[in-house]
Write a protein that binds this ligand. Structure first.
Ligand code: EPU
Length: 336
């Protein structure tokens, strides 16, 4: 166990925060040993995945455990599908690349999403018409209290838009150690999203393939979203709000160009990026923090910004969006 460790390189915002204690768990067995240690019950703990959806606003006076359980294995296959097991500490994008290279379809639209396998089910990561709930078979986790292993079926995960049981009822109770995915050997492509069609056309792709879609998604993301290795960020900072149809119709009277996408639950999803841009925030900069110039939904740290400053900016944005449109924005990133 290390003491007083900087977490700057363990969060994609690049924010300084110090862990009182720090330990990496490279296997489920090692994690079980840590949990069974009598000292475990005495100290507060904090589980860290890829750090790509976290805003550190203070030091962490706890034992920070970095999940570093690796490995991708084929565990079963039939004519139509393969089942792959991936360790929670694998990088999400490395797993996507493994699938693309082997011709396994289902996650190509989720190329280049930062973070780890273990963090992906927490918020049911999604992009360009696909969410991981579409390909998850089971999620494996260990109890932080008893070190017992539990396997969750996809239904038990209660996946929703950027939601799961792990963020709510089971928050702080479990550590995800691995995920089993079911991928298609006979691809079903999701190219409905306008940006994907446009980019495939630019690439002169007439018949989509797993690789071409992955490349298109990478191009789109690289053109809009800042690379955390260059500019600190955590992807979308807010969720896209879902409002009742009547509220959307009223909003459209005042703002005729507001985009909206009906959801299956009878609401309308409004792009938060549009609301924030139209409220004048796109490209806004305040010292070392700001709103990304190419995607208003992304808050950025140019280097020396603090979590508290980013939090304050996010509150100003929420207030201005509320005043202008009467809509509450809720954060997608987790504040710590
Ligand atoms: N828009 C603007 N201005 C902006 C940004 C967006 O007007 O600065 C409007 C445009 O109308 C655009 C629409 O918003 O057509 C949608 O924008 P975009 O395609 O960039 O997607 P998003 O709704 O902003 C969501 C996810 C992203 C995901 C993309 C693609 C959420 C909170 N975010 O963003 O996920 O990559 O769709 O599917 O749902 C993430 O969660 O970290 C993330 C990056």
């Amino acid at each position: 166990m290390q003491e007083n460790v900087s977490l700057r390189h363990f969060n994609t915002f690049g924010l300084e925060s110090r862990a009182q204690f720090f330990e990496e768990a490279e296997s489920t067995a090692a994690l079980a040993d840590i949990i069974k240690n009598p000292l475990w019950k005495e100290i507060p703990k904090f589980i860290l995945g890829g750090g790509s959806n976290i805003l550190f606003t203070q030091d962490i006076d706890a034992l920070v455990i970095k999940i570093a359980i690796k490995g991708i294995e084929l565990i079963k296959e039939d004519q139509d599908f393969v089942w792959l097991h991936a360790g929670a500490g694998e990088k999400w994008h490395d797993f996507v690349m493994y699938c693309v290279e082997h011709g396994y379809a289902g996650v190509e639209n989720l190329s280049l999403i930062p973070g780890t396998i273990g963090a992906a089910p927490m918020q049911n990561i999604g992009a360009y018409g696909v969410e991981i709930k579409d390909v998850v078979e089971t999620v494996e986790a260990i109890s932080m209290e008893t070190a017992e292993m539990k396997t969750f079926s996809k239904e038990e995960c209660l996946f929703g838009y950027r939601e799961s049981i792990f963020k709510h009822a089971l928050k702080g109770k479990l550590v995800i150690t691995g995920v089993v995915f079911r991928l298609n050997k006979k691809p079903v492509y999701h190219v409905e999203y306008g940006d994907i069609q446009k980019t495939l056309a630019e690439m002169n792709v007439e018949t989509p393939s797993i690789k071409a879609i992955s490349e298109a998604v990478i191009r789109i993301r690289e053109s809009k979203l800042p690379d955390p290795a260059e500019i600190g960020n955590a992807g979308s900072f807010f969720k896209n709000p879902e409002i009742p149809i009547e509220q959307f119709d009223k909003l459209r009277l005042d703002f005729p160009t507001v985009p909206g996408y009906p959801t299956i639950t009878g609401f309308v999803k409004v792009p938060a990026g549009w609301l924030i841009e139209q409220a004048g925030w796109k490209g806004y900069r305040e010292g070392d923090i700001g709103v990304h110039a190419r995607q208003a939904l992304v808050l950025v740290n140019y280097g020396g910004g603090s979590g508290a400053q980013i939090k304050a900016l996010s509150e100003k944005i929420q207030k201005s969006v509320k005043e202008k449109y009467g809509i509450d924005l809720s954060a997608e990133v987790n504040f710590v």
